[in-house]
Design a protein around this ligand. Sequence first.
Ligand SMILES: [Zn+2]
Length: 99
Amino acid sequence: MQARHFSDSSEEPLYRRRMDENPGQFVLNTHKSPSPAYLILHRVGSSCLAKQNPLLSYSKLCGDRAGIEEYVGRSFGFNFRKIDECGNCFRKWSWQPSG
Ligand SMILES: [Zn+2]
């Protein structure tokens, strides 16, 4: 599924619905004007994403990992070296694919 970027606070209901309908996906948090200096990946369903009105201050890109990477590379208009994983959502003890 194609990633979707939510950048206006009026889109909050759509953003919430997207997460409700896609519990296995991820949310990339970035500035209102997306920046390679701030790209943090969270898991849908985590406490990180429970805050109210996040779209007032930030924008959110929702999708699976491949879709998010593809969208950032294609649509944000900058090169990025990596996407940082949130320390809360990607704890050391959680399952990670090897390699
Ligand atoms: Zn998180």
